[in-house]
Design a protein around this ligand. Structure first.
Ligand code: SF4
Length: 398
């Protein structure tokens, strides 16, 4: 027999101490119709009975968290939209637990355009007010090579149905670096996305993760993949095209019309607290970072036994918190705001990162002035190189 979850408001020992400010909630829903050959996320094939068991487990984890004012909710995966009506069950529980009114905060659902468009209106009624649609490309040959289960026409039809169902805040993901992709096929995909009138586009580079079928393919046939310089050029060209139609870049991979930037992700880049629920979900609360176990079955078992789902909990030392805040902020086009950094940490970022700023600015990757510190357009393409420099702030007394 399964043990009952702790009553709402009673936190067991494994939950983190929290602070009073608002928080984001991320729920990982790991189910997919089929596993894409480049995917390295915690995912499992969809099976309805197991999905129900999993949702029960997430509800137990939710019940064990301390209710706090929630600013955003993000249902990610996996393919959360595969859960159909269970999305309403989950959201009702989150809204009830946190005392937040449905529709009063940004609530994002990641959706696969191939499935469940008939649930769009119900999701909206349940409080979903932002859709992130995993399109990746509007070129059928590229979609086939990615192993996706939809074609371009299906993706476009899903977006139109979403709008008919009342969604205005819709984002589309587009990928650069797909095998066989050329600058002109990418720009055609971006053009189609823009023609659909969505106010948010994520344009990001395919990452080939070790151990995936794509990694084997690239080892065998590296020429099938666009090279690093070609991908960088495609991203640069894509950013210019999106800017030209009014989609402002606000983060390395994200572009939006005014008022449509993703508040949940901005919270993450501003190092706001985030409660992570579900298998492999990561959370950050009051300087403590944690991650849940990566096996979906193990996650369910632990929740059913009333055990902690945590795989790791790490108390970030002060210098690491300061360095991480800077690195996350640099992902945003506006970068580090000197004044708010000072207000938050009592430190002048131009002093504690003086050496990093000097080195990166000399390389043309960064600019710093009295208002803030930000990447240059070239720096955005080499953000990882810059971020390493900001890992260790110089915190010695002045
Ligand atoms: S749909 Fe997304 S999460 Fe699912 S297998 Fe493909 S890439 Fe991974």
């Amino acid at each position: 027999m399964m043990r009952a979850a702790p009553p709402a408001g009673v936190a067991p020992a494994w939950t983190a101490q929290t602070s009073d400010n608002g928080v984001g909630v991320y729920v990982h829903l790991p189910f997919c119709d089929r596993i894409c050959p480049y995917c390295d996320f915690a995912v499992v094939p969809y099976e309805s009975q197991f999905a129900r068991r999993y949702v029960d487990a997430v509800l137990r984890e939710l019940a064990a968290t301390t209710p706090r004012p929630v600013q955003t909710i993000y249902l990610g995966g996996g393919t959360p939209s595969l859960l159909g009506t269970a999305i309403a069950t989950l959201l009702t529980a989150i809204f009830d637990h946190t005392g937040v009114a449905p529709g009063s905060i940004e609530c994002t659902l990641e959706a696969n355009p191939a499935r469940n468009a008939e649930h769009l209106a119900a999701w909206r009624a349940a409080g979903v007010n932002r859709l992130s649609v995993g399109v990746q490309s509007f070129n059928d040959a590229e979609l086939h090579r990615l192993g996706r289960n939809h074609d371009a026409a299906t993706a476009a039809a899903f977006v139109r149905r979403a709008r008919d169902a009342g969604f205005t805040n819709i984002g589309i993901d587009i990928m650069a670096g797909i095998p066989g992709q050329t600058p002109s096929t990418l720009s055609r995909s971006l053009e189609t996305a823009c023609e659909l009138g969505v106010p948010h586009i994520s344009l990001y580079a395919l990452t080939v993760e070790t151990g995936t079928p794509y990694a084997l393919w690239r080892d065998r046939a590296p020429a099938a993949f666009p090279g690093e310089d070609a991908v960088a050029a495609m991203l640069e060209d894509g950013a210019a095209r999106l800017a030209a139609v009014g989609l402002r870049q606000y983060e390395i991979s994200n572009f939006a019309r005014p008022g449509f930037a993703c508040a949940h992700n901005i919270g993450y880049w501003r190092q706001r607290d985030c409660i992570g629920l579900g298998v492999s979900a990561a959370g950050y609360e009051a300087g403590r970072r944690y991650r849940n176990v990566r096996s979906t079955l193990e996650y369910c078992r632990r929740m059913e036994r009333g055990e902690s789902p945590r795989q790791s909990i790490e108390e970030l030392p002060w210098p690491a918190r300061v360095g991480e805040a800077a690195i996350l902020a640099l992902r945003m086009v506006d970068g580090i705001d000197n004044e708010s950094f000072r207000a938050r940490f009592g430190l002048d970022p131009r002093r504690v990162f003086a050496r990093a700023i000097e080195r990166c600015a000399a390389a043309g990757l960064l600019e710093a002035d009295t208002a803030g510190i930000r990447l240059t357009p070239g720096g955005r393409l080499l953000a990882n190189v810059v971020c390493v420099e900001f890992l260790e702030p110089e915190l010695a007394p002045a």
